[in-house]
Design a protein around this ligand. Structure first.
Ligand code: ZN
Length: 439
């Protein structure tokens, strides 16, 4: 059952913990509403104290309306002899999401008009949706479709589209300050691993880490159905929006591609600088992409009426990898090391958000004499790294601590990782050579 000792964020192997969570979530048929979405959020709520928010069908969300709730008992295509040739029970990708109920015999030609395949990758099942139109359909491999040679088929879709709720998950971890960091991930795709489950697992793990530490800022995690869930949260939280000083949408964080950071609409928000600094300082290949009004829920957070400082952290961007929105985006497609690397990058971003500040050199006329204060030794607890890096960090912090440059400014100008600059500042504070600048 539930292994209490190996939950994410409580030691152990974070990649293994995230993989276990993803494996548990993978078989569930999620959508933008319905029991599968609720069940998934409840699974995450066993890891972190997530609240489930229910928004009734018909609720107006700016230019949108919460749709009817969609649930599926079973769905299949059967031969006249009763053999099920395509079955939702075998893969939840087989059913076009939001298919209306159907139970009838159809001619092959009519059936073909309701089938979705990927001829170029004939063994893969596509993922397709019809959220906001009345339709039904099946998604199947090209090879399966080619085997449909009977004149008639029975189509059964035992689904319900009824007034209900849209569900999303929310967790607020209060900090010393009211300013908020928003972490948002879409949680509405069925059996797709990189696209939705990787972001959900990394967000869950990050939340557990933040729960275990002192926080300067307040952190708000959202696990939401794409687009409509972000709109639901925004509509109910317009007063929170101005408090959000940093935000990240998480998506596709488990494949083998290098990390990509997509900037906020503003392009010069603090999060844009912080993410760029962390990726550059990692020394690993990465990409900084400008904002585009496409992708995931940054589209909503960065709409002009909100213009929030929200970027998107990902590996392969949506739509750029062949497995995207197909049955090949499965558990085998994920790289545990990639999940762990994504979490580490996020943790470093959080370190900058938590640790940045502006300081004053208390001995600014000439260099203070570091040797007599014991600062020519490596900084407390840090490994000896030739001493040079730490010495340079001390000198940079002292030089730029004029009340106008932040530690992130210093890290950027020094070309050093923020953590080294922060450690130097802490050592100088301890020796009373540095103090926070007023305001
Ligand atoms: Zn997607």
């Amino acid at each position: 059952m539930d292994n209490q000792t190996e939950r994410p964020g409580e030691g152990g192997d974070p990649a293994a913990a995230m993989t276990r969570l993803i494996e548990a979530l993978y078989p569930i048929c999620r959508s933008i509403t319905g029991e599968g979405l609720r069940q998934s959020l409840r699974l995450i709520a066993r890891e972190i104290p997530l609240s489930l928010v229910e928004v009734p069908t018909g609720t107006r969300l700016f230019d949108w309306t919460v749709p009817r709730e969609w649930n599926v008992r079973e769905a299949y295509i059967a031969t006249p002899g009763g053999q099920r040739v395509v079955d939702f029970a075998r893969s939840n990708l087989h059913l076009l999401q939001y298919s209306v109920p159907v139970d009838r015999i159809v001619e092959r030609n009519e059936l073909l008009r309701h089938l979705h395949t990927l001829p170029e990758t004939p063994d893969w099942i596509p993922y397709r949706t019809a959220y906001y139109r009345e339709d039904w359909g099946f998604c199947l491999s090209q090879r399966q479709a080619e085997g449909l040679t009977e004149q008639h088929y029975r189509v059964v879709i035992d689904s319900t589209l009824a007034p209900g709720h849209l569900t999303y998950g929310e967790l607020v971890l209060p900090g010393a300050r009211a300013e908020e960091v928003l972490i948002s991930c879409h949680s509405c795709h069925p059996s797709l691993a990189n696209d939705n489950l990787s972001g959900m697992a990394v967000a869950t793990m990050l939340a557990r880490r933040l729960m275990a530490r002192k926080r300067r800022l307040t952190y708000r995690f959202l696990f939401i159905p794409g687009t409509i869930g972000a709109l639901a949260w925004l509509a109910a939280n317009e007063t929170v929006v101005p408090r959000v000083t940093h935000g990240l949408v998480l998506s596709c964080l488990g494949d083998s591609a290098p990390l990509t950071y997509k900037q906020s609409r503003r392009g010069d928000a603090a999060i844009d600088r912080i993410a760029a600094h962390v990726l550059q300082a990692s020394g690993e290949p990465h990409r900084i992409a400008p904002f585009t009004p496409y992708g995931y829920d940054e589209r909503q957070y960065c709409s002009p009426g909100f213009d929030m400082p929200v970027g998107c952290l990902m590996r392969s961007p949506n739509g750029t990898f062949p497995e995207y929105h197909t049955s090949a985006d499965n558990l085998d497609f994920l790289r545990p090391a990639a999940l762990a690397g994504s979490l580490e990058a996020l943790a470093r971003i959080v370190e900058v958000i938590e640790g940045d500040g502006t300081y004053l050199n208390l001995s600014p006329k000439g260099e203070p004499q570091l040797g007599k204060r014991g600062l020519y030794r490596p900084i407390g607890g840090k490994k000896e790294a030739g001493g040079g890096a730490d010495q340079m960090a001390l000198l940079w912090v002292l030089n730029l601590a004029d009340g106008r440059h932040s530690l992130l400014d210093t890290a950027e100008r020094a070309g050093m990782p923020f953590a080294a600059i922060r450690a130097a500042a802490d050592a100088l504070i301890e020796k009373e050579l540095l103090a926070p600048a007023a305001g």
